[in-house]
Design a protein around this ligand. Structure first.
Ligand SMILES: [Zn+2]
Length: 164
């Protein structure tokens, strides 16, 4: 398993010199430390050794975890993500560390499918329209109002969500 802190630190009370320095330098955050510890703990009962956890941040009360192996951190039927979520007492989303905004948005709205992102102008202002596929029985994991705020941040313009 790859996490922002070393394995020894995941089980220790205090961080080692190297990991402390990373934290002090702002290279990692206390949220990264907390989640690393949670993942090592989960790994004792569920094998997520092949997973990697790159970084985490919180947006609109939702913890967003970047991982290049999202499948492992989500787990079968969402088992692992629900363990992370209950350990943090927060909603969690796992996304790929992508520079591609479409990929990022696809991951945050999953399992709902992203159909497209359109740009349009409203009173001379550039706006974004995120089009999602609405299937019966599928619900957004994130409240729509919060998702809208996150998308507005990521797309750097006012964003509207519509279903098709
Ligand atoms: Zn360490």
């Amino acid at each position: 398993m790859r996490t922002p802190i070393c394995k020894e630190c995941a089980f220790a009370e205090k961080l080692c010199a190297q990991c402390s320095k990373k934290l002090a330098d702002g290279e990692i955050t206390s949220l990264d430390v907390e989640i690393s510890k949670i993942l090592y703990k989960i790994n004792e009962n569920y094998n997520i050794s092949s997973s990697d956890f790159l970084k985490a941040y919180e947006l609109e009360g939702i913890v967003i975890i970047e991982s290049s192996t999202p499948g492992f951190l989500i787990g079968k039927r969402g088992k692992i993500i629900s363990l992370i979520s209950s350990a943090l007492q927060k909603k969690v989303r796992i996304i790929r560390p992508s520079q591609n905004i479409k990929e990022k948005i696809s991951d945050i709205v999953a399992p709902i499918k992203l159909i497209g992102i359109n740009t349009y102008f409203k009173e001379g202002k550039e706006m974004a329209k995120v089009i999602l596929e609405k299937k019966p029985g599928q619900n957004l994991y994130v409240e729509e109002q919060k998702l809208k705020k996150i998308l507005t941040k990521w797309l750097k313009r006012d964003t509207e969500i519509i279903y098709q």
